[in-house]
Design a protein around this ligand. Structure first.
Ligand SMILES: C[S@@+](CC[C@H](N)C(=O)[O-])C[C@H]1O[C@@H](n2cnc3c(N)ncnc32)[C@H](O)[C@@H]1O
Length: 279
């Protein structure tokens, strides 16, 4: 009884808290932590600030919210909660009903599997270097040597799974690979191999040759690698359609479909999408 009486009283006492009320505590805490916290914690803070600045200052890539993508709210995808960006990628693929997908950079095959799993009518082609020896002879500037070239388990995630028969692994250096068999047929191209300016430029040029009339290119790590950020901001001013960055993710995309509300080319009744949709 006593407990109920107390909680009743609490319900009736209103305490309004505004941002300026918490400001002194936040400043004091940030100052204390920036002096006492280990170096990697400070670096993480600076990195977040730098990412926000890059986003805010992007000269040509346009920032949008995920909710600006028409219809995305109705899309359901399944996968590990920690892999937020690949889930958003799958959401885009599902929204666009993509049937042919090309991924630059297989690695373990996590995203290739996720795409095949969430898009049961899609075929996924995924390209990676042929083996550790190919690293030495790469045509352009490779990145992330410590992270990706120590263990070689390309495609391990989807091997022997139900999705494996819809995933085709192809091998080669993306700078010299022959993309001509895929010319003009890919509904979705996902660029996520080497993150240097030179490779992203080369991979993007190849992506455009493979793109279907209603195709979409998604780049991972736009916010995290200066080469990708720099190249996409240059490219955006030269394209027929915008490159959008989805705030809250690392992703940027270009689409031949009118997806984004409030941007040039978007048709509110989405006739563009209907005209292109398949059975
Ligand atoms: C970021 S990981 C890919 C992760 C994968 N897309 C995923 O989401 O699960 C990058 C991969 O690209 C591959 N890669 C790097 N440079 C490449 C190149 N020039 N040609 C082909 N693959 C490359 C690396 O071997 C590595 O496996």
């Amino acid at each position: 009884m006593e407990r109920i009486a107390r909680s009743d009283a609490a319900t009736h006492s209103i305490r309004r808290v505004q941002n300026w009320n918490i400001l002194p505590g936040v400043i004091a805490g940030a100052t204390r932590r920036s002096l006492a916290a280990p170096r990697h914690v400070r670096s993480a803070l600076l990195k977040s600030i730098w990412i926000e600045l890059k986003r805010f200052g992007a000269p040509n890539v346009r920032n949008i919210q995920l909710t600006d993508i028409d219809g995305i709210g109705d899309v359901r995808v399944e996968g590990p909660v920690l892999r937020h960006c690949p889930l958003v990628l799958c959401g885009l693929g599902a929204l666009l009903d993509c049937r042919t997908i090309f991924e630059f950079g297989t690695n373990r095959g996590d995203t290739a599997w996720l795409l095949a799993h969430n898009l049961p009518r899609a075929r996924v082609y995924t390209l990676d270097l042929a083996g550790p020896e190919a690293v030495q002879s790469a045509e352009l500037e490779l990145t992330d040597a410590d992270e990706y070239f120590r263990i070689w388990d390309r495609g391990a995630r989807f091997r022997d799974t139900a999705e494996a028969n819809r995933i085709t692994q192809v091998f080669g250096d993306s700078a010299t690979f022959d993309f001509s068999p895929y010319a003009g047929v890919m509904d979705l191209v996902y660029v996520d191999a080497s993150h240097s300016y030179s490779y992203v430029r080369s991979d993007t040029e190849a992506a455009f040759t493979m793109l279907s009339a209603a195709g979409t290119i998604v780049w991972d790590d736009y916010t995290h690698y200066p080469g990708i950020y720099s190249y996409l901001n240059e490219l955006a001013s030269a394209l027929d359609r915008p490159i959008f960055h989805i705030v809250g993710t690392r992703l940027a995309f270009y689409s031949r479909r009118d997806l984004v509300r409030g941007h040039a080319g978007f048709r509110a009744d989405n006739r563009a999408l209907e005209g292109l949709s398949r059975d």
